[in-house]
Design a protein around this ligand. Sequence first.
Ligand code: 3PG
Ligand code: CO
Length: 553
Amino acid sequence: QVFWKLADHPTLPKGKTLALIVLDGWGEYKPDEYNCIHVAQTPTMDSLKQGAPEKWRLIRAHGKAVGLPTEDDMGNSEVGHNALGAGRIFAQGAKLVDIALASGKIYEGEGFKYISECFEKGTLHLIGLLSDGGVHSRLDQLQLLLKGASERGAKRIRVHILTDGRDVLDGSSVAFVETLESDLAKLRENGVDAQIASGGGRMYVTMDRYENDWDVVKRGWDAQVRGEAPHKFANAVEAVKKLRENANDQYLPPFVIVDENEKAVGPIEDGDAVVTFNFRADRMVMLAKALEHQDFDKFDRVKVPKIRYAGMLQYDGELKLPGHYLVSPPEIDRTSGEYLVHNGVRTFACSETVKFGHVTFFWNGNRSGYFNPEMEEYAEIPSDVGITFNVQPKMKALEIGEKARDAILSRKFDQVRVNIPNGDMVGHTGDIQATVVACKAADEAVKMIIDAIEQVGGIYVVTADHGNAEDMVKRNKSGQPLYDKSGKLQILTSHTCQPVPIAIGGPGLAAGVRFRNDVPDGGLANVAATVMNLHGYVAPNDYEPTLIEVVNN
Ligand code: 3PG
Ligand code: CO
């Protein structure tokens, strides 16, 4: 039984409207030409920084501070928003899968038993992101799973790859495919019929999110399930090399591998087992629905084989999707959102589609829906569909700002929470000029929201979920940009390991509130207790400590 009532904060008042702004992909890094935040005009964020150290500081947003396996793991939006919302650090999917593979427990669970019953007669299909990015999946986990499954009876294996270039360098897909091919060749030497069956770039094939564009999932479905794609190749290395002539790794068109008779080598058939090996939910949920829901109507699946399907994790605990999974997901319970709703804090959350689930689903511990619809309103602004965001770097920042402003001025909400996507979504394209425009737009949205907070006498908290736009090149240990063999600058499309800023302010901020200096290692998980304080409450005991103190002057 959870005791939901929060203790009153000894000095801080309730009832102030609080804007909680999360800039996606906005870290702090040295100012140079590849730091798009530095290059861009960001007067609002610059002025907040003037408040250091009492009203502005840096917090950790990567590695162990957000529940990832190692300090080399860059932050990402899932773990970042989980930590921000839950106020505690949970071992995340990446780590839970590592543990389950290392101990072998993954093979003893219900999920593996369920799929392994198909091994005798059917094929095992593995679908997921092929890289060592560690954000959605990891190659070494796939390798262990291939080995483990074949040792446990899988005789025919087909891998459906999604090339990355977003969490790892563009162009790295070729080497990942070569590695996988050599692993599969070894399996074949041991009598397992193992092959890559299909592929495509993650942003164009399968890995859409938040139902932004079902065509992405359909393109994958046609290749993976039906064995149909516009491009046919005899082997995957050749496929990726050829298709890269016209597209980056992230955007490769779908392809299938065919035999000498031009027949696809691995469509999914009745009696087969399917595993989606991504541990991260947002970009697998749509495929999980297509694989699992009887009454699915988002696109015409044409062929609906009777399969046994398991996710690497269960992606949505509320929807119980998928029903079978290899590793239990982190049990992120008692999130700050749930507490605040129980304590009468009325909440408005908003972003555009591509980040909407970040401030709702991830924020609430990978849980869809409202805790209490009477107390909460979640507004989604439709994202542009079918473009890469470098051509539209302002995205919907203005619209998010306006929605938040209106929610604040309506005085119907105590917390107005937004995610402003630009730094991240444009940063991932690797287009430096566009990312500069993106950062300026994000800054303008922050200004709009802060201005509204000024009008209602409220409080603002501005922070970010992980780094991205502050560093757009790969660097050596001493921070010098790296060039590839042909002398080309190596553009960094991925997130970073940099810390992120947090700023507090607004006319409603009580006198004497400032950042403590005794939590130097504070990270994203410390934000929830901080926000609870600013709403007039003391956080639960097991939350990471608040970042603020109140001094009498
Ligand atoms: C993506 O899914 O777009 C990237 O892999 C990670 O980006 P995000 O963590 O910022 O969503
Ligand atoms: Co990102």
